[in-house]
Ligand binder design. Sequence first.
Ligand code: BTN
Length: 272
Amino acid sequence: MLTSFEQTIIEPARYQLETLIIGQELLGLEQTASTNSLIRERAFAGVAEGLVIVANEQTAGRGRRGRNWSAPAGSSLLLSLLLRPTWLVPSESFLLTMLAAVAISEAIERETNCTVELKWPNDLLINGRKLAGILVELETAGPERLRWAVIGSGINVNWQPSDDPTINQAATSLASECGHEVDRASLLRAILYSYDRHYLNLRSGRREALRQAWLDRLTTLGKMVEVELSSHSFVGVAEAVDQHGGLQVRDSTGQLQTVYAGDVKVRPVAQA
Ligand code: BTN
């Protein structure tokens, strides 16, 4: 017997879904600890790529840099998928964050009247507020090869989250920004299609097209930012993103520093 989440969200999203890889196996759970953790278990067990797990509620959702990701039951799209991009080397893995960001942004824009922008490294923004976050977890087979990747995303759909004081980031949702509730089943379906198309393009070698689509949405460059690393923070101007996804920031001494794992806060422009 199907749960209400399966009946109202998963079944409509799955109906005549014509993707080649993403969502070929699609699992919906009323509640789980973390969809990323579940997919990791399946990945270690050897499950084929394309598996997608969506939860109506997570009891131990995980964000980047050891943070929690929490949302009320029924309010969000909490989904993770398994990829086996063994044709990527680990140093190219930022392409997977780009894949998720572009695929989800395009799906949201297809389903709503909202425009989605990106903040380095993994935030989706609407009107400067965080709408969604992406968590990519990888398993490598030595320095030369990726074994698998889990891409998780939490998208605030029909609730108003409070701002996250741990990262000083204003938060929002689709309902708040678009002015109406958004159908989670249609959005999920659009996301699966979008992921499938972009993943197939990436697999056929179109790295630059994906990188450009991601850069076109990125609002971080040219801005004064505060970079928070685990050991210290510094202020500078974000100038570019390198081939590996590192953010290049010109600090106050004029040196170009490249950041691979950190948070950035965009500083308001000083008034003259
Ligand atoms: C971030 O912005 O810190 C990333 C948040 C990622 C949250 C999603 S929700 C679905 C998936 N399962 C998890 O435990 N985390 C990701």
